[in-house]
Design a protein around this ligand. Structure first.
Ligand code: GA4
Length: 329
């Protein structure tokens, strides 16, 4: 059962300190665009994960303003925060994750990234100045969406797609289903740490995470012997951590891999992270791109819509490898 798996991970040897195993990509393209697109595609194919530096989002701008607004919200009394909950699936949540019994040592805000949805939620999150809260969220979403498009275009180029902008077009549609999640992990003194957010892969196309300088994120990467190993991702508040989601794995017929990751809360300071989940519209049909299908690699997954995938994901536990349900054969 998933609950038993979670306990088991805590009994494993401590994860490797993995600064070196995590690819770092300098988004300012010091070696030119061609080299950058190949580097991004390679990281997403081999690890499904990389650290983006010189990404063009000024830390003192939208990220700092969003951190201030969300920290102020998490500092409110519990009953004030509950006004923005329960997460159904959007809104304020505390400990409980999803609808099937998953729990983690955290509280969070889950918002739809579109401005109308943000405006609708804002009045229960910042009762004094909802329009300020909305504009802080919207300007952050604009900045991070731009970075997401840059990365998706580089991936399209690096993979040699006939239409290199195909991925980014999915997330710039006005009815794109992208989300913003802000996680607040309280400090923990438990030996070995406690599960902040259990092992899972992200269902969407691409996730872009920014956090304060408190460690906790771990990714499951293949080591030199090809065996999967949990790698500790050293905190870097000036970087974005990018991971491939299930939909990008399906569209590329498995060329890009949706990485499993988790958060272990084990420090004396709270961790604050903000993740943008870039997603297509609900009606978008997901099937392997013709360029990714060859005689040697036939389609791995049956075609599905994002709406259909979401229905499956909300009916399953967090740790489920849900893309397996769509595997052909
Ligand atoms: C994991 C990635 C994102 O945080 C998220 C999560 C979602 C939720 O918290 O509502 C899910 C989880 C995530 C996948 C399986 C289901 C749905 C909790 C859960 C048990 C917002 C998402 O899109 O999928």
């Amino acid at each position: 059962t998933p609950a038993r798996q979670e306990t088991a991970t805590m009994l494993l040897p401590p994860p490797s300190a993995g600064g070196g195993a995590i690819p770092t990509v300098d988004m300012s393209a010091p070696r030119g665009r061609g080299a950058l697109s190949r580097q991004v595609a390679r990281a997403c194919a081999e690890q499904g994960f990389f650290r983006a530096v010189n990404h063009g989002v000024p830390p003192a701008g939208p990220p700092a303003r969003l951190d201030a607004a969300t920290s102020a919200f998490f500092a409110l009394a519990a009953h004030d925060k509950q006004r923005a909950g329960p997460p159904n699936p959007l809104g304020y949540g505390c400990r409980s994750i999803g609808f099937n019994g998953d729990v983690g040592e955290l509280e969070y805000l889950l918002l739809h990234a579109n401005p109308a949805a943000v405006a609708h939620r804002a009045s229960s999150i910042d009762t004094n100045d909802p329009s300020r809260f909305s504009s802080v969220v919207n300007e952050y979403v604009e900045a991070v969406k731009q970075l997401a498009c840059d990365i998706l275009d580089l991936l399209g180029e690096g993979l040699g797609l006939e239409d290199p902008r195909l991925f980014s077009k999915l997330i710039t549609e006005t009815d794109s289903d992208s989300l913003l999640r802000i996680n607040h992990y309280p400090p923990s003194s438990a030996a070995g740490g406690r599960i902040g957010f259990g092992e899972h892969s992200d269902p969407q196309l691409l996730s872009l995470l920014r956090a304060n300088d408190v460690d906790g994120l771990q990714v499951l990467l293949p080591d030199i012997n090809g065996k999967d190993t949990w790698i500790q991702v050293p905190a870097d508040s000036s970087a974005y951590f990018i991971n491939v989601g299930d939909l990008l794995q399906a569209l590329t017929n498995g060329r890009l891999v949706s990485v499993r990751h988790r958060v272990i809360a084990s420090t004396c300071r709270p961790r604050l992270s903000t993740i943008y989940f870039a997603a297509p519209p609900l009606h978008a049909r997901i099937s392997a791109l013709p360029e990714m299908v060859t005689a040697g690699s036939p389609p791995r997954y049956r075609s599905f819509t994002w709406a259909e995938y979401k229905t499956a994901m909300y009916s399953l536990r967090l740790s489920h490898s849900r893309l397996d349900l769509f595997h052909v054969d």
